[in-house]
Design a protein. Structure first.
Ligand code: ATP
Length: 230
C-alpha cells in the first residue's frame, strides 16, 4: 500500500489542494475542471510553480519527488514528444530495449524510424506509455491519458494499461473527469472537489452507492455524456 497522509498545496496563504489518499493498486482521482487534479500530479512530480508551497507526508518506499521510480503519462501525446526527433531517439535506451518496450505496448518496429506527425494518436499514446515504462516505475501518474483519443482508441489504451499493470506491477494514480474510463481501470476512487476529497473507497462500492450528492451528479453527468457521444 502506498499512502499519502498529507498533500497540501499552498498559494497566497490559501490551500488550493489539501488531500490524503492510499493507493493499493490503482486509484482514480476524479473531479471537475479546477478541482486540483493537475496540481496534485505536478506536486507528486516535483513540478509545482515555485510560488506554491507543498506539504507532503508519505510512506512510499522510494523517493517520490525527483526519484526515477515515478513516471508520467500526459493528456496529449501529440505535444508530449519532440516533433523533429525520430521515435526511436525519444528513448534513452538502446534499440534492443526499445524493441522490447514496443513489444510490450503492441507497436511494430517499423514505426521506430518515423517522426511524431507520422503516427496516429493511439500509436503516439502507446509510444508515450513505452517511454513511461522505460525506467521501470513503481508508480505511474496518468493525467487524463485518453482525453485526446477517440472512443475506440481510448478503450484500447485502457485495456493496454490494465495488461501492463498486471505484468509490471506498478501502481497507478489516474487523474480524470472521465468516470467511465476510471471505472474500467481503477480499483479505488477518490472524488476531489475544490481541492478536497469529499468521498473515497472501492470503485464498485462508490459507483453503486455514492454517498455524496456531488458524486451522484458527477456519475449521472458522465453517463449522460456517453450516451450523447454515441
Ligand atoms: N499556476 C497557478 N497559479 C495560481 N493558481 C493556480 C495555478 N494553477 C492552478 N491554479 C488553481 O488551482 C486550482 C486547481 O487547478 P488544477 O489545474 O489542479 O485543476 P484540474 O482539476 O486539473 O482542472 P483541469 O481538469 O481543468 O485541468 C484551480 O482553482 C486553479 O485556478
Amino acid at each position: 500500500m502506498m499512502n499519502v497522509s498529507k498533500l497540501k498545496i499552498i498559494y497566497n496563504n490559501e490551500a488550493l489542494v489539501d488531500i490524503a489518499f492510499d493507493i493499493s493498486s490503482s486509484l482514480a482521482l476524479i473531479g471537475q475542471s479546477g478541482s486540483g487534479k493537475s496540481l496534485t500530479i505536478k506536486a507528486l512530480l516535483g513540478m509545482l510553480p515555485k510560488e506554491m508551497k507543498l506539504q507532503l507526508e508519505d510512506n512510499f518506499d522510494f523517493e517520490l519527488i525527483g526519484g526515477k521510480t515515478v513516471s508520467f503519462v500526459p493528456q496529449n501525446p501529440f505535444t508530449a514528444l519532440s516533433p523533429l526527433t525520430k521515435i526511436k531517439k525519444q528513448f534513452f535506451s538502446d534499440i534492443k530495449r526499445v524493441q522490447e518496450l514496443f513489444d510490450e505496448v503492441g507497436l511494430s518496429y517499423g514505426l521506430l524510424d518515423r517522426f511524431v506527425p507520422e503516427l496516429s494518436g493511439g500509436q503516439l499514446q502507446r509510444v508515450v506509455i513505452a517511454i513511461a515504462l522505460e525506467s521501470k516505475p513503481k508508480l505511474l501518474l496518468l493525467d487524463e491519458p485518453t482525453t485526446a483519443l477517440d472512443p475506440d482508441t481510448k478503450e484500447m489504451i485502457i485495456q493496454l494499461l490494465k495488461k501492463l499493470q498486471k505484468k509490471e506491477q506498478f501502481k497507478m494514480l489516474f487523474v480524470t473527469h472521465d468516470i467511465i474510463s476510471a471505472r474500467e481501470l481503477c480499483e479505488g476512487v477518490a472524488i476531489i472537489k475544490n481541492g478536497k476529497i469529499i468521498e473515497s473507497g472501492k470503485m464498485n462500492e462508490v459507483m453503486q452507492n455514492p454517498k455524496q450528492e456531488y458524486t451522484k451528479i458527477l456519475i449521472e453527468a458522465n453517463f449522460a455524456n456517453r450516451e450523447f457521444r454515441i
